[in-house]
Design a protein around this ligand. Structure first.
Ligand SMILES: [Zn+2]
Length: 210
């Protein structure tokens, strides 16, 4: 079931809840199916306004029934002799830890916060053409914190060099801040596929998002 194609349904995202229905992770559908298959997790599915829980085998049956009326935003995979709907939310049967509350400052999270937009020239880039810029350079005591790092294109980064924005005559398009919510999750929520996640995100975002 390995697919490197990012548009493959197996690479869509699945929200993982702990035993108490608190969001703890976002993982790829491929991994979610493995957890379901091993009975480590169950599917949480919205049906006629109610949440129902399904084991892997019952989800296979449900999928069979649903396959006749696929929704516009649903993802499906073809198994040997049936089709399986990719779940959007799963719940771990045993895991009862609560989510971590501090969002880690990583390249991915930072680029997502800044929407892949260089914070100096304002243009959008793919991740390989972006770098992390310390607004106050580290050589001047600038910290690696949400308030002092921004997404920056390679051109602006080399132009700015080891200077502050005012020394370089380069203005930031926005003041860097710690994000209110997990920015990767925020991006996913713009996609109607993940509409169902909203019911489980009551101000508690999973810190690890895929
Ligand atoms: Zn730039």
């Amino acid at each position: 079931m390995v697919s490197l194609d990012p548009s493959s349904p197996l690479n869509s995202s699945v929200l993982v809840l702990n035993r108490f229905y608190m969001p703890v992770h976002v993982i790829a559908a491929r991994r979610a199916l493995t957890l379901l298959y091993r009975d480590t997790a169950e599917v949480v599915y919205l049906e006629d306004g109610q949440y129902c829980n399904y084991s892997f085998s019952s989800w296979c049956e449900v999928s069979e029934l649903l396959s006749g009326e696929k929704g516009e935003h649903d993802d499906w995979i073809r198994c040997v002799d049936f089709e399986l709907q990719i779940p959007r939310v799963i719940r771990l049967n045993i895991y009862s830890k609560t989510p971590k509350m501090t969002l880690r400052l990583t390249r991915r999270n930072l680029f997502a916060r800044d929407k892949h937009q260089c914070q100096y020239c304002g243009k959008s880039f793919s991740p390989i053409d972006l770098s992390v810029d310390h607004v106050i350079p580290r050589s001047r005591g600038g910290k690696t914190s949400w308030e002092n790092v921004v997404c920056c294109c390679l051109r602006c980064n080399s132009k700015k060099g080891d200077r502050t924005p005012s020394e370089a005559g380069m203005d930031l398009i926005a003041e860097p801040k710690r994000p209110q919510r997990n920015p990767l999750l925020q991006m996913k929520l713009l996609n109607p596929k993940y509409e169902m996640w909203r019911s489980f995100l009551h101000g508690v975002d999973p810190v690890h998002a895929a």
